[in-house]
Write a protein that binds this ligand. Sequence first.
Ligand code: SAH
Ligand code: TYD
Length: 405
Amino acid sequence: MTKCLICKSDFSPFINFGDMPIANAFSKKEELNDEYTFPMKVGFCSNCKMVQLVEQPDRERMFHDNYAFYSSTSKYMKDHFKLFSDSVSKLQHLDSNSFVVEIGCNDGIMLQNFISSNIPCLGIEPSENVASVATKKGLEVITEFFDQPLAKKILKSHQKADVILSANVMCHIPYMHSIFDGIKTLLKEDGIFIFEDPYLGEIIEKTSFDQIYDEHVFLFSALSINNLSQMHELELINVESQVTHGGSMRYTIAHKGAKKVSKNVFKLINQEKKLKLDEEQSYLSFTDKVNKIRDDLIKLLNELKNDRKKVVAYGATSKSTTVNNYFKITPDLVECIYDTTPIKQNKFSPGAHIPVLPYDQFRESDPDYVLLFAWNHATEIMKKEKDFMSTNRHWITYIPNVNIS
Ligand code: SAH
Ligand code: TYD
């Protein structure tokens, strides 16, 4: 039995992925013998409804000055954050007297939009390499982990925030009570905290198990966020679904009683109950579906190997670390992974040690089959590769089922 990170109730894991490396720890050859792993298991707390990792590596192992994920690699995400920033500015009537804080601003993909509209803002970003890209864009960035003590420190030199934003960060942080206390401290009386993260409902519906890796300590739902907010005298006032990262949810939170609660919140909570996201059995069925995907994909890759087909992968995602290590995909099944991110190139994938090569070499490699690890960017990628893939080449996808196209 394990204690829930949110309400301290006991729970048991519903899936055990075995020993997993750090999802973003792409290594040089000489570093391969020194890989850190942790036992990756996931459970559901039937009391507060939070789905969570049983154990997570220390945060400094994941977020540091060599962090491999640069937000701005995707054009689609740049557009997404421009629309996000514009909608928040309009909703809260932001101007040059306002103050916006972003938790986990990475390379400044979101905040750069506020700077260009003359709206004062501050980024909090502990991974120094990505933070320095944001600083070069003219942003003020504090290179520390956000929590309640940092919120108090910020108030010594800044005003309270009209808006606190965070995208794909909250689900990374196990010390959620300190975060929500920090939000309570830093947010103006009529301010709003908006964050988005991969959505549990989509993960269960699509069986997108690869959203589970070291960084993602929580898979949120309206049910769990509503409960967590109530524990901090805060209130979930709106939810809006997003197509990003394979299906995300944007949650808006305000001080309790400060704003009207949208009917979207009640609707989504009811929908989640209908989907049985509040019942342990749903998670056990999820595990069965993941194992079926594993068996189908491994069977296919072995058949292709026996037929001497050339199989490569596209996108060295964090998600692919879960796929490769849980399914035991090795370089004899998937020759290499092509990726546009310089910091990942000419290194080896965590655990499975599949070579990661620069995207520029993808076409000349002349593959028969391309396993799409960056399936969440499928529209953008398949459009870009349409002509190349049309000539006797095939995509392999595995969410929600193994499929060849
Ligand atoms: N918001 C960006 C980046 C997401 S990656 C986007 O959506 O693309 C997650 C980021 O959260 C990393 O850059 C990591 O360094 C940062 N992070 C992790 N823990 C944090 C904390 N406690 N406070 C602030 N940022 C944190
Ligand atoms: P991302 O989807 O952000 O996933 P995760 O959160 O699981 O790490 O990662 C996308 C990866 O795919 C990133 O390493 C960049 C790469 N990529 C390409 O190589 N080409 C592309 O056209 C796109 C959109 C991404």
